[in-house]
Design a protein around this ligand. Structure first.
Ligand code: C6P
Length: 408
């Protein structure tokens, strides 16, 4: 078990008051995680001690900055067990990871009549780029539905995956239900029909040990800001054969080998996909976040979140008029999404905020999922390595207070 009090001391913001005299209860890590002191210090040290552009200068600062930035890439490669750090492309976030693949691989490989298979529980980041691509190319997007318990209807897989399916992209963990999907089984099913398979790991990499070679996925993407790292940095992983065959996503400095007035040739991987001055401090910060998480142990983090999720689902289910969405705690990550009869989720969020509790309300960038549930919005509490049972108790007490306020 984790020493949660010790972990909490690593996060400066957790001792901040939400309002005077009201401690902060941060239950919105799925939207963006808080940052430990070591990550803040690593970024600060970059700016104070080695601030310079990377891959350009032949001076001490630039070489130190380049070394720190590239060392972070190696740490990230090891963290997800990528075969080589050249397969780790720095992007801004998971959203950019999807757009890069849809633009670069998609425009080269998707043709009229081809099919793209997604699921109905996807985040907009794994829906909209493919819909745009399909519209441009005359391809068809199909979706695996989910069952009442928030798990995928795998009985539909055989019918939906055909030799027309050129791309299959799905989330490893739903940001609304918390459902942990059977990634390797889905990857194998996609490969069996010859599809390229991409995994959305935005809610997986921060919370569990991820091994891209064990998954055998062709592409995978995640964001740094959900895993104790800064905003403005994310990762696209890809199999070398595919990355090498793809044209660049954006043109400019750093991604070229040679430029003449007649044309250009491209840099090696990973820089072929990294045009312009990158997010240097953010890359270094993400490397430190990876060190921090690995030091605590991803299996320990997952076990703690399982414990908290069990506790939360049980405690929340006692609230009158509550509907909880998603599978049992054993099948989900640290997310509890709910509605309370008679109170709009935005009102719930506003009232509990006055008790210092940060949760998210809305469609969580998963509108099709909410349309399927026939609700316009839900409230979501999400947990991380620093979440305590006392914080869950505060949420439950605050939700009961909210019901009283609404005379329910
Ligand atoms: N979900 C949430 O509150 P970006 O915005 O690019 O960092 O991450 C996009 C994304 C992709 N896939 C999944 C499964 C996600 O959960 C997210 C981000 C946040 O649920 C913010 S909308």
């Amino acid at each position: 078990m984790l020493d949660v009090e010790k972990i909490r001391a690593d996060f400066p913001i957790l001792s901040v008051e939400a309002y005077p005299g009201v401690p902060l209860v941060y239950l919105d890590s799925a939207a963006s995680s808080q940052k430990p002191e070591v990550v803040l210090a690593a970024m600060d040290a970059y700016y104070r001690q080695i601030n310079a552009n990377v891959h350009r200068g032949i001076h001490r600062l630039s070489e130190d900055a380049t070394n720190a930035y590239e060392a972070a890439r190696l740490k990230i490669a090891r963290f997800i067990n990528a075969p080589d750090e050249s397969q780790i492309i720095y992007v801004r976030n998971a959203t950019e990871g999807f757009n890069l693949v849809a633009y670069s691989w998609g425009r080269q490989n998707i043709q009229a009549g081809d099919e793209i298979l997604l699921t109905e529980m996807e985040h907009h980041a794994n829906l909209v780029p493919w819909q745009m691509l399909a519209e441009e190319k005359g391809a068809v997007v199909r979706y695996i539905p989910f069952l009442a318990d928030g798990t995928l209807d795998l009985s539909r897989l055989d019918g939906l995956l055909t030799e027309r399916t050129k791309l299959f992209s799905f989330t490893a963990v739903s940001n609304v239900f918390g459902t942990i999907n059977p990634v390797r089984q889905l990857v194998d099913a996609g490969h069996a029909v010859g599809a390229v398979v991409m995994v959305d790991a935005a809610q997986a990499v921060p919370h569990t040990a991820v091994d891209v070679q064990a998954w055998d996925c062709d592409f995978m993407t995640f964001s740094g800001h959900k895993m104790c790292g800064p905003t403005g940095i994310g990762i696209l992983y890809g199999k070398r054969r595919l990355l090498e065959s793809m044209p660049p996503f954006m043109g400019g400095g750093d991604m070229i080998r040679r430029v003449t007035l007649e044309g250009s040739t491209w840099n090696d991987l990973p820089w072929k996909f990294e045009a312009g001055t990158p997010s240097i401090a953010e890359g270094i910060g993400l490397g430190t976040a990876v060190d921090y998480l690995a030091g605590i142990g991803m299996d320990n983090i997952h076990a703690h979140e399982q414990f908290i999720t069990h506790y939360a689902l049980e405690a929340l289910s006692e609230i009158k008029g509550i509907t909880l969405y998603g599978p049992p705690a054993s099948q989900r990550a640290g997310v509890a999404t709910f509605t309370i009869q008679g109170i709009h989720p935005h009102d719930i969020s506003e009232v509990v905020d006055k008790d210092g509790i940060a949760i998210r309300a809305g469609h969580h960038c998963a509108m099709p999922l909410h349309l399927r549930l026939n609700v316009s919005a839900t409230a979501r509490a999400s947990f991380y390595l620093h979440t305590t049972t006392q914080e869950i108790d505060k949420l439950v007490a605050s939700l009961n207070r909210t019901r009283k306020l609404f005379r329910l």
